[in-house]
Design a protein around this ligand. Sequence first.
Ligand code: ADP
Length: 259
Amino acid sequence: IQATFIPLLDEEDKITGGVIVLTDITELRKLETVRNDFVANVSHELRTPLTSIVGYLDTLLESDVEDPEIRNKFLKIIKEEADRLSILIKDLLNLSEIESHTFDLKPGSFKNVLNKVIKLMEKNAEKKEIELQFEIADDLSPVYMVREQIKQVLINLFDNAIKYTPRAGKIKITVRQIDDKVYFSIKDNGMGIPQADQERIFERFYRVDKARSRAFGGTGIGLSIVRNIIKQHGSEIQVKSREGEGSEFYFYLNTVESK
Ligand code: ADP
């Protein structure tokens, strides 16, 4: 609670009374904290690769690194960190665009979008010898969606499933319709997510294991983009997972039959 005193003055500016205004600023404070946390997180995430870029550049410039092998190694690190920065900025812009607009949902074929994404991701799965299984119903009604956004959701979930599943693992995609909803699920037999982290993984920048996620090229933004998009579709992204056994992410979309 914030209290403000407004004095009432007479002609000679003497205080003759006053009004106390009490304002409940809990919500305001909360919003402020969320925003401050976000800015702090963004700054930290941007600074980490930048510090490393500047560090390696300084070394290259100041101490004549003559060994071409070492020089190349440093340049490669600089390139990797710069790429990381650019992915991070792309993800951030993407998230802020999704958060600041409401989009028009249009009827479309979920299966078409999914097939496109499968074609895109198959190669990555193959590289890790991951076996893909599909159980996709034939007669699905059109769903209300923003195509590009649903494509993004599927890419992010698929990408994570591949990233967090070891070589020669398994990923199963299931799509079925129950009444006026199309259900999508992607299940892997990878490392899984500890119970305590399961609620938090949808937060911006939250990663179960920062070092490991970074090594995989993760920014911690993918799932917050997923949650936002699915929310805009009037639905909710959910997760079931057991550490060491695997994870399943699932959501539904409303078909044109739903009201
Ligand atoms: P990142 O860019 O780190 O992958 P995400 O927002 O996509 O960020 O995911 C947040 C965190 O959730 C990841 O760092 C990882 O710890 C965990 N996670 C996401 N998907 C999976 C999965 N399929 N299996 C295990 N852990 C996962």
